[in-house]
Design a protein around this ligand. Sequence first.
Ligand code: FPP
Length: 246
Amino acid sequence: MNFKENINPKKLPKHIAIIMDGNGRWAKKQGLMRVRGHEKGTKAVREVVEASAELGVENLTLYAFSTENWNRPKVEVDMLMRLLVSSLKKEIKTLQDNNIKLNAIGCLDTLPPKAFKELQEVIEKTSSNNRMTLTLALSYGSREELCNMVKEIANEVAAGEFSSKDIDESVINKHLYTRNLPDVDLLIRTSGEQRISNFLLWQIAYAELYFSEILWPDYRREDLYEAIYNYQNRERRFGKTSEQLS
Ligand code: FPP
């Protein structure tokens, strides 16, 4: 089936988030070092970014490095950080050519200074692009984000800026790293694992979950089209009944 041809452009998910998993297993299968899987994974990143922008998806968020990933062997962490810097340098052209704005969420101040600086530069240079927002989750953990949100709100309440009675979902949204993004509509995880792994816990409340068996380095635009086609053929009820929706 040609999934792309069957995608309804009027029913696109406004926000797709992806847990890019399986780089290490891909490398192992080829008899290569884990880091080669990450390198190969950058090709899949480019394909998915370009395909999303071309389709008209407004927001794409990629889980590139979690707070827990700092516990990996130092050689792998260092290599991932170097890969981030080289990818940012190389892919700024892809972002500009496709009118894509770069954004980042997470504890960005824990990134190595070189990575932080490169990231800020690309964010700045692409800040007026408006076809799609590409958000990289870097040193990101949802529980950390939620703790940070609670601290910020508690400080504002303590300072008398507003009353705790006025805390509602919109106040919480405004204190998350994703404050400028809509809720996630479609969450994709590759490599056959079926977990959320501390990713956007609040923001996926009503997301459709899609698990693919494909290891991330092998993920291609056709696989994204299939996930979107599958999403469009589900009934999203948001707690209502089928009858209410029709
Ligand atoms: C998960 O695979 C992947 C990561 C922890 C890193 C994701 C990074 C990339 C796709 C490349 C760089 C990305 C950017 C945005 C520059 P894993 O290592 O956990 O795989 P495994 O579960 O098979 O071991």
